[in-house]
Design a protein around this ligand. Structure first.
Ligand code: ATP
Length: 356
């Protein structure tokens, strides 16, 4: 087991695409770390560069205190699970799981015993004679995991390992994978473009944009206090309200209404300056009528979220979303206000969070 450290890591592909732009990141021993970001931001490149499948054009990769930047993949002692699982179609489950041990020239009996032990842990023991083509997607995923576990690597690297599973299996696999990682305690880096998955599974995560890390934090840090408007807009199942605002004393003028300066930005805003006011819909409660300290307008859309409804208001031409408890939803066209929780509202200046 080992910490992974990236120092000024840069990758420029032939042709000039800068996929990684001088990244610094330390993932402590035993951590479950997610890499999250939109398509093309460099997640897969980062994972492949840690694995040694891509060569860094600058900076260093350090695993367990050893600089492995110039070390071949086989010498890095990390194991990677690919999106398509990369199982050998002509080998049965036992041979697939034992394959890395065969490469390491482990004796046949020992290979078999290890494959069986790992397979039992993943509930695969009845499938050992099958080939990948005779397995479901979820079973193939477990075989791919078993193969990685059998190697006893210092770190696991997962590239969207759940993306081929249907929604239900994916949820099950999420819980399963997290439990397994806890039990094994192996440093794990996990790439996903699904923010709900990253929030649910990771100890900490990095949000990437165009080869840069825009924030590193625990799921709750990233959700509650996005460091910039990019992360604020990217994280959350309903996007954060990000509204143009002007500071006026201890209030902000937003869409023609007045709301208090959020607790996090008290004393930090300058009268008259232009800012962005950010509040998640989950922290904006709908009330009928005009409410002081709220954003008042007319209800244009109602969406059922189960235990609550998402309410979309037109506030003087600006779209603002909040929530209302199930059973209390307003009629379309009704006049009402969404009232922010001041301890959950945020302010951004030039795209960056304003907070002490
Ligand atoms: P996705 O979520 O779509 O898989 P990603 O975040 O994993 O995306 P990468 O695959 O790391 O992104 O790609 C980062 C950037 O590098 C993209 O602009 C991509 O087009 C480019 N890129 C990736 N591989 C190569 C390559 N072999 N040669 C040139 N450019 C590449």
């Amino acid at each position: 087991m080992a910490a992974i450290e990236l120092r000024g890591l840069t990758k420029v592909y032939p042709g000039g695409v800068k996929a990684l732009d001088s990244l610094d990141l330390t993932i402590p021993d035993g951590e479950f770390f997610a890499l999250l970001g939109p398509s093309g931001c460099g997640k897969t490149t980062l994972l492949r560069t840690i694995a040694g499948l891509e060569t860094a054009t600058g900076g260093a990769v350090v695993i367990g205190g050893r600089d492995v930047t110039r070390v071949q993949p086989g010498g890095r002692d990390v194991a990677m699970v690919f999106q398509d699982y990369a199982l050998f179609p002509h080998m049965d489950v036992t041979d697939n799981i034992a394959y890395p041990l065969r490469i390491k020239k482990v004796a046949k009996g020992e290979r078999r015993a290890k494959a069986e032990e790992v397979a039992a842990r993943l509930g695969l023991e009845k499938l050992m004679d099958r080939r990948p083509g005779q397995l479901s997607g979820g079973q193939q995923q477990r075989v791919a995991l078993a193969r990685v576990m059998a190697t006893q690597a210092q770190a696991f690297l997962f590239d969207e390992p759940l993306s081929n599973l249907d929604a239900r299996l994916r949820l099950e696999a999420r819980t399963f994978l997290k439990k397994l990682q806890r039990e094994l305690g192996v440093t794990t880096v996990f790439v996903t473009h699904d923010q709900a998955e990253a929030l649910a599974m990771a100890d900490r995560m990095a949000i990437m944009e165009a080869g840069l890390i825009r924030q590193i934090g625990t799921p709750s840090e990233v959700f509650q206090r996005p460091a910039n408007t990019f992360v604020a807009g990217f994280i959350g199942s309903t996007p954060m309200n990000l509204l143009d605002a002007v500071a006026r004393g201890d209030t902000l003028e937003v869409a023609g209404c007045k709301v208090p300066v959020p607790a996090s930005a008290e004393g930090l805003v300058v009268d008259g300056e232009k800012l962005v006011y950010g509040v998640r819909p989950e922290y904006m409660t709908y009330q009928a009528g005009t409410v002081e300290g709220g954003l008042s307008g007319s209800v244009v859309i109602l969406e059922n979220l189960g235990a609550s409804h998402l309410v979309t208001l037109d506030v003087g031409g600006v779209t603002v979303q909040g929530v209302v408890a199930e059973g209390e939803e307003p009629a379309l066209g009704e006049q009402g206000a969404v009232v922010p929780r001041s301890d959950r509202a945020l302010v951004y200046r030039d795209g960056e969070l304003v907070a002490a």
